[in-house]
Design a protein around this ligand. Sequence first.
Ligand SMILES: [Zn+2]
Length: 419
Amino acid sequence: MNYRVGETVQQCRFCKHTLTHSMVDLGSSPLCEDFLVEARLHAPEFHYPLEALVCEQCWLVQAVEYTSNSDIFNHDYGYYSSFSTSWLAHAKRYVDTIVERRSLDDNCFVVEIASNDGYLLRNFVERGIPCLGIDPASNVAEAAREVGVDTEVSFFDTALAQRLATERSKADLIIGNNVLAHTPYINDFVAAVKVLLKPEGMATFEFPHLLELIQNNQFDTIYHEHFSYYSLRTVQAMFVHAGLKIVDVELLKSAGGSLRIYIEHDDTTTAVSGSVQTVLDAEHAGGLFSLPTYTAFADRVVGVKHQLLELLLNIRKEGKTVAGYGAPGKGNTLLNYCGIKPDLLPYTVDLNHHKHGRYLPGSHIPVYPTERLQETRPDYILILPWNLTREIVEQLAYTREWGARFIAPIPTPVILDQA
Ligand SMILES: [Zn+2]
């Protein structure tokens, strides 16, 4: 079967092959960052089908295309990077290392794509290294300017790259963390990196690794705001296509298991690190280039749904209480796919005050400040940003006072042992 939306056959975003294989169908849900104010609770809510397809030619996993990205990253975009302390520490460590590795100084120019609220670039500002952030969301860009990070409100494409290269400078370092997945026009995006990078420059990108997604049932990281999910093999083919090469790769623990790739122009003399072949071999051994792997994944996703519902129903039957922790995009995929509403999860809490007093899209679960846990003392706490489980369990050490226990939904729903 060829996938169609209306009259349009779905084509691979990278290689243009006609897409015929579904990886997983997560039903329909609203955009995951569209948190609702109370007045909108009784209004109709737009739901989009949420399904990931896999290209059998280049193995790019991609969401079925329904909505334009300008709908998603509007001025009300709710995600602020600075609300995760472990992510801030990760950014600082990266800057310390890359400044030394590339001998960056005040004669250099650093560009970050999807710079959010300036959480990373402000480390360059502190060192006096000229830098520019690029982000399409005007509210987070404003927050970046407030901490001294010059920010351009725009999507990153070849037109912008050419303008920046002419008006400012080409870049010694281009950074893109968790932006490849958010980019619908990946060929133009990668071509823009080629345009903006100095001949001897380097670009680094971090993105969640498809191998981790598959092996650890991370289906909740699939949402409308993520257009693509990458293996190293596919991302390597994309950069090679644009005249660039991957010279090194690192495995990172962030976002449930990510890759950081180091990119140069394809005509540099830099030797390619052996780690590139190691990761490619692991992907091959993990079955990423074979369709039955994707079918088995879809079956496991249904299993996670049933187990999580059973766990929450049992808590209710026993007369115990449960609350959520966090309001990340992935939490909305999980809750909407599983059909979890306030009768099974009465509320969640979040550090981000922009989300307080709002309701999760689709499920209409209310979001409160974290103090609500202390006030209501739930028996169980479901951790929605499961990639931050360790950090959250530490932050919530005080909940041991009343014997609260934590639930991690992924890779298999489980009640964590008390530390
Ligand atoms: Zn393809």
